[in-house]
Ligand binder design. Structure first.
Ligand code: PSU
Ligand code: MN
Length: 310
């Protein structure tokens, strides 16, 4: 594992760092918009006071804080592997270039002592999972990884209710940001409530500190940050596009790790870029919030026994 130059400096100076994944760049967004978006995500983190650490694998080396050339390579090169946690060692030994999923990025970020990670939407339980067993490794990895993942819930291409049930079973904390409704990625309301609501970066920082103080081995906190309703993908268009995508998936026998990229690119093509614009909004909003949480986490907490300044 190697740290990029800016992340090395940030760690030395105790500055806030936000982890970013590379699979959304290489497999989740269409070329060549993906490169522009990857740069915008990093800039958004900087604009909100933190240092971006985009994580990926270059020539078998795990890099925490890819530089711009490396990001360009993962965005534009053919044959970049999609790496989950189980792939990391094999891919390293094979000297592969690869993009890390939510699972792999979280695991690497936590190993690098980065506490906050921004992405678009989590992986989860796929529809038909009761037959296919297709459940993202994101879920089981987050159960054992102490990090905050800022996301817009799980992609609406998944079974949202089943995913929430699995997160409960696995012991992964879930809170809505400014809401108790769990978002459905492209759509503001995924149709389910969550137990907890957090309303500010400081409140999230309090959770991070409490988790560390308790030391009972809790895993991730998923902070679900919905798009405002007037920025979501039109729900009717969403439902239509999803139904088509699921049919195509079956017709073309797409399975396994190809499912998520296939459905996302179907959305981007058949909504003439509307879903892409929404997807980008989601990621940038999450990057901004994650940066503010990293800043709040780095700031010293108010000493116990002293009232917080008004
Ligand atoms: N969310 C997005 N776009 C993506 C993904 C999530 O908005 O491309 C990626 C993430 O890297 C996530 C992965 O970890 O999809 C899940 O893939 P799978 O369902 O195969 O586990
Ligand atoms: Mn899968």
């Amino acid at each position: 594992m190697r740290y990029g130059e800016q992340v090395t400096r940030a760690r030395r100076d105790g500055r806030p760092v936000v982890a970013l994944e590379s699979t959304i760049i290489s497999h989740g967004l269409p070329h060549p918009d993906n490169l522009r978006v990857a740069r915008e995500i990093e800039q958004t983190v900087r604009d909100n006071g933190a240092v971006p650490a985009t994580i990926g694998m270059i020539g078998g080396e795990l890099v925490v804080g890819l530089d711009d050339d490396q990001i360009e390579h993962l965005a534009l090169a053919e044959g970049v592997a999609k790496l989950s946690v189980r792939d990391l060692a094999v891919a390293a030994a094979r000297r592969a270039d690869g993009a890390t999923t939510v699972a792999a990025t979280s695991a690497v970020a936590a190993a690098a002592e980065i506490g906050v990670f921004a992405t678009g939407g989590l992986g989860g339980v796929h529809r038909e999972a009761s037959v296919t067993f297709d459940e993202s490794a994101d879920l089981v990895t987050l159960a054992r990884t102490p990090i905050v993942v800022v996301c817009a819930g799980v992609k609406s291409i998944l079974d949202v209710g089943a995913t929430l049930e699995r997160l409960e079973t696995l012991g992964v904390a879930v809170a809505g940001y400014g809401t108790k409704r769990f978002p459905g990625f492209f759509i503001t309301d995924g149709g389910f409530d969550v137990d907890w609501q957090l309303d500010s970066p400081e409140q999230v920082a309090d959770v991070i500190r409490a988790r560390a103080d308790q030391g009972v081995g809790a895993g991730a906190l998923i902070l679900a940050n919905p798009l405002p309703a007037d920025e979501q993908l039109d729900p009717a268009l969403h439902d239509r596009t999803l139904a088509e995508g699921l049919e195509l998936l079956a017709d073309r026998h797409v399975t396994g790790k190809a499912v998520t990229p296939f459905l996302l690119s179907h959305f981007h093509e058949s909504t003439a870029g509307q879903s892409l614009a929404v997807n980008v909004r989601i990621i940038l909003r999450n990057a901004a919030l994650a940066a503010r949480i990293a800043v709040a986490t780095t700031a010293a907490p108010a000493p116990v026994g002293f009232a917080a300044p008004a």
